[in-house]
Design a protein around this ligand. Structure first.
Ligand code: HEM
Length: 146
């Protein structure tokens, strides 16, 4: 008895891993907020989480989302969900770039470059989390039925 199409199952697991990474990174970023940049482990740790877990999960979420777009019945809530999902992918890609550049400047011992991308990451991170939450809530409504 198939309860859920495999692609949707993989889509939801990938989103769970992605959201889990974001939540863990928020805890680490807040925990390291007042550390001098040379003592902080956040630049290296956040980039490694992005590189090995978060970006692959976002790729799987996007590929499975695009596959499922083939046979959807559009509704206002699905349009909201997919639009928020696509925005979340875009904002998180920009956020991952700022994390990569922050780590790049950390390795070059360039504090002004580090601070520039640290601040950019804080700002883009907020809109990214908002887009993920909107997609989760809209998707959740679709699953449990409004
Ligand atoms: C943070 C990002 C995302 C979240 C939280 C999310 C969440 C969900 C959830 C909960 C569902 C199951 C409910 C449903 O069937 O509608 C779902 C289905 C789906 N998602 Fe996503 N999604 C995200 C990103 C994407 C992206 C980027 C795309 C497209 C490129 C996409 C396309 C779809 C499609 C087509 C379905 C199946 C809709 C259906 O036939 O019912 N999603 N998503």
């Amino acid at each position: 008895m198939m309860i859920m199409p495999l692609v949707l199952f993989i889509h939801l697991i990938a989103i769970g891993i992605w959201a889990g990474c974001v939540a863990t990174e928020i805890v680490c970023e807040i925990g390291q907020k007042n550390m001098a940049y040379k003592q902080s482990y956040i630049a290296k740790l956040h980039w490694e989480i992005d590189k090995y877990v978060e970006i692959p999960a976002i790729l799987v979420c996007t590929i499975t989302g695009v596959i499922m777009l083939q046979n959807v019945i559009w509704s206002p809530i699905l349009i909201t969900k997919v639009a928020a999902g696509v925005l979340a992918v875009l904002f998180n890609s920009i956020a991952a770039y700022t994390v990569y550049m922050r780590y790049h400047y950390f390795t070059k011992d360039n504090e002004s470059g580090y601070i520039k991308y640290h601040k950019l990451h804080e700002r883009i991170g907020i809109v990214c989390v908002l887009a993920i939450v909107v997609a989760l809530v809209a998707g959740g409504f679709r699953i449990v039925g409004s």
